[in-house]
Unconditional design. Structure first.
Length: 353
């Protein structure tokens, strides 16, 4: 049985493995909440429509990703294909996951992750290291969505009955948005002759997966975290937030900020591997998830990854006399990524020259 669920259902006190000895100060002083981060909002439609100011919007994108490392993306219509992520589809994605969570335990266990596996429903894979680590008070369902021949259907819920159909539709729309986003990112850095420069790292042997995160209510939110501080070991990450309950926080200038809920917007994070490929032009933001004493929270992440074993390094076009190379070559390894996560370190620190 998944222990996070068990605790959530029985309402028992949190076992020691979830407890931080120092208060993690979800809001420093509960009566004065942490400030809201004013994340720049990017209108995706403008990125693709020259007559309404593509250049300006590209510059906003570049500047936001180089200082915040994240943006809110609205109006996700990619003109060429006319693919939009409608808010009704976002609601359906949230709904099927909520319905999945409400299923009897034995039904959910049909999708259970194996202890040393990556896909399926459960808590994070544990790394065998002697360092004492605090566990995240959350559970997640992780499923590869692209390429389609890498989907492991045995982990895809059969209940609720439309779960698979909804995820299939959402992930295909996000795939189009993902590719267009990486193209726009390359253009914003004037990699015009090759606007697939970043995209190639995913399209050639890489993968995209969905992660449905579940954060139960927590009786001691000042002593536990939904996700520990981390940056994403991805290329990019698109996050669909809970429609009602906040929890995501971003570290900026050594201060934690709350990420607001913006209806119909997706949160885009630069991943560590994109930071390296961009030679540090884009920053991969450190973020965490705090818990709510009364309410559960969920989120749905679509993230892209390079091919296992591939070498990641700054693009040649982004290294010059004025912009010296900031990172050495690093080999992408999913197991290393898990190790970085648990130990609170980052591949970007290892790679930095
Ligand atoms: C993640 C993540 C944030 C959230 O899954 O890597 O940072 O709000 N999720 O769930
Ligand atoms: Ni993250």
């Amino acid at each position: 049985m998944d222990s996070v669920h068990e605790i959530a259902i029985t309402g028992q006190n949190l076992p020691a493995k979830y407890i931080y000895t120092d208060s993690i100060n979800p809001s420093q002083d509960p009566s004065i909440p942490l400030p809201l981060l004013e994340i720049p909002v990017i209108d995706f439609n403008r990125l693709a429509t020259p007559s309404i100011g593509t250049g300006e919007e590209l510059e906003r994108l570049r500047s936001a990703l180089s200082s915040y490392g994240c943006v809110m993306v609205t109006n996700h219509r990619v003109m060429v294909t006319n693919h939009g992520v409608e808010s009704s589809l976002m609601d359906r994605v949230r709904l099927v996951f909520k319905q999945f969570l409400a299923l009897p335990m034995e039904e959910r266990l049909k999708c259970q992750k194996e202890a040393d596996g990556f896909e399926g429903f459960g808590s994070d894979m544990m790394v065998t290291k002697d360092v004492p680590v605090v566990h995240d008070f959350s559970a997640r369902l992780r499923l590869t969505t692209w390429p389609e021949d890498k989907r492991q259907m045995k982990y895809w819920p059969e209940q609720p009955h439309d779960f698979r159909e909804v995820l299939d539709e959402y992930s295909s729309k996000l795939l189009v948005l993902h590719d267009a986003t990486l193209g726009a990112m390359a253009r914003s850095l004037s990699l015009d002759d090759d606007d697939s420069a970043f995209l190639n790292a995913v399209r050639e042997g890489g993968s995209i997966s969905a992660r449905f995160n579940f954060y139960p209510p927590c009786p001691t939110p000042d002593r536990a975290l939904g996700l520990k501080p981390h940056s994403d070991g991805t290329v990019i990450t698109y996050l669909l937030q809970d429609g009602e309950v906040e929890g995501l926080q971003v570290l900026k200038d050594e201060q934690w900020f709350r990420v607001p809920i913006v209806p119909d917007a997706l949160v885009l994070h630069v991943g560590d591997h994109l930071e390296i490929m961009s030679n540090g032009e884009f920053k991969s933001p450190v973020h965490r998830v705090v818990l709510n004493p009364e309410r559960q929270r969920m989120s749905v992440v679509i993230a892209s990854f390079p091919e296992e074993g591939i070498q990641i390094e700054p693009l040649e076009g982004l290294v010059s006399g004025e912009k010296p190379r900031l990172y050495r070559q690093v080999k992408y390894s999913v197991v290393d990524q898990v190790g970085y996560y648990w130990s609170g370190t980052r591949v970007t620190d290892d790679a930095r020259i």
